[in-house]
Design a protein around this ligand. Structure first.
Ligand code: PMP
Length: 436
């Protein structure tokens, strides 16, 4: 059996002990606590290109990429200079700036799926606001979401499936009123009948169906094009809106995200992560008509002190300018494809029971023999034990993956061929550790 020496986590462990005095669980967002993997969380000191360094001086090639925003890697020159340029001019005004126009123009000129946009400060806020717009516009209260899709932590969306095929949801967090859960219906992905039943059971009550562009928060649950087109048709037929939550897929699967990938026109699209170049930003967009319902034009209220924050806008403009360059996405996809293919060849040769699902520059390891996983309940929770072993073996070789087997990995423009080659060899070793 391959033995790998554990990296030192002494300083990270000390910092984590201290952090526990300040923050619940020692963290400011739960998954950072490393509860699903081995050991104490690593406290990161700095990042450059594809690499990060922790408090103990360990160096890693990073595939978490801040959970997706860093499609250009860490410390990108153009993004850093744009941010630095703005810093001396002011951090926040609570008044409009030219930068908001610039970022909006950059997006709207190249994205035919939305006509107007509103900037907010996080993905959660973007989705929460999109849901309110859908409810305000349709004058209906119920929404439909899918088991296995994550849309941030607003009340309406912290809901999981009830016991029946089509039942009201149950809250998935204490503190979410049951009355809220009553307005959210949770169904399985890739199940046409369930959606049909929802519309039959709640006629003229569904404001919107919301789905992640490509569900990527609970494994990578790649849906068939036909199913997404079906969702478009059935929502239209029943006067409900279709919301694409593209917080991950927006500007990742291409400048126009999943909407372009499927060639489906959703009614509202939410964005986050990449749109801010690593700064806190979210956004939602729709047709001019729909967006006219947002305050101050319309009666759907939504606001934010830091919305359209100039530093975040400057970062977003710099990042999106780079993404607009010819061939940017093709390059990321090609790199990802050959990386995944090389791994698959090794897995096949060894006969290991593991699949790599991939789309664009996103990938996900699933310890299963199933060739397709389209629904959350098709993932075996027991398989996460194997991920835990792989995660430890990767950290010990200088490769940083997200600290949960349900999380996807991201490849950035900063990942060089040699970074990927080093990673490939490390993953082979890690898989040998898992299976031997
Ligand atoms: N929607 C999706 C699809 C997400 O992946 C996330 C975050 N992972 C969110 C919404 C929430 O975004 P944030 O964490 O910025 O609030």
């Amino acid at each position: 059996m391959t033995k790998l020496k554990d990296i030192s986590r002494k300083k990270s462990a000390e910092l984590f002990e201290k952090a526990k005095n300040f923050f619940p669980g020692g963290v400011n967002s739960p998954v950072r606590a490393f509860k699903s993997v081995y050991g104490t969380p690593l406290f990161i000191e700095r990042g450059d290109k594809a690499r990060i360094w922790d408090a103990d001086g360990n160096e890693f090639i990073d595939y978490c990429c801040s959970w997706g925003p860093l499609i250009l890697g860490h410390n990108n020159d153009e993004v850093r200079e744009a941010v630095a340029g703005q810093l001396s001019k002011g951090l926040s005004f609570g008044a409009p700036t030219r930068l908001e126009n610039e970022l909006a123009e950059l997006i709207l000129n190249r994205n035919k799926f939305i006509e107007k946009i509103r900037f907010v400060s996080s993905g959660t806020e973007a989705v929460m606001s999109a849901i309110r717009l859908a409810r305000g516009y349709t004058r209906r209260d119920k929404i439909v979401k899918f088991e296995g899709c994550y849309h941030g932590h607003s009340d309406s969306l912290l809901v999981k499936a009830g016991s029946g095929l089509v039942t009201f949801g149950e809250t998935s967090s204490a503190g979410v009123p049951q009355a809220f859960a009553q307005e959210t219906i949770v169904v399985s992905l890739n199940d046409r009948e369930a959606i049909q039943e929802v519309f039959t059971a709640f006629p003229e009550q569904i404001a919107a169906v919301i789905i992640e562009g490509v569900p990527a928060n609970n494994g990578l649950l790649i849906q068939d094009h036909e199913y997404i087109h079906f969702l478009r048709e059935i929502t239209k037929k029943h006067g409900a809106l279709l919301i694409f939550d593209e917080v991950i897929t927006g500007f990742r699967l291409g400048f126009e995200g999943a909407a372009r990938h499927y060639n489906v026109q959703p009614d509202i699209i939410t964005y986050g992560k990449i749109i801010g170049g690593g700064m806190p930003v979210g956004a939602y967009g729709a047709s001019k008509e729909l967006m006219s319902h947002i305050s101050p034009d319309g009666n759907v209220y939504q606001a934010g002190t830091l919305s359209g924050n100039p530093v975040a806008m400057a970062a977003g403009i710099a990042a999106l300018n780079i993404l607009s360059r010819a061939g940017f996405y093709e390059k990321q996809e090609e790199k990802t494809r050959s990386f995944v293919e090389a791994l698959r060849a090794y897995i096949r040769a060894k006969g290991y029971e593991v699949q790599i699902f991939t789309i664009g520059s996103i990938f996900w390891f699933a310890f299963t023999s199933q060739l397709h996983i389209k629904r959350a309940d098709e993932i075996d929770p027991q398989s996460m034990e194997k991920y835990k072993v792989m995660h430890r073996a990767l950290l010990n070789q200088g490769i940083y993956f997200g600290p949960s087997g349900y999380e996807v990995g991201f490849i950035s423009d900063a990942h060089s061929e040699s970074d990927l080659e080093v990673t490939l060899q490390a993953i082979k070793v890690a898989l040998d550790v898992v299976f031997n």
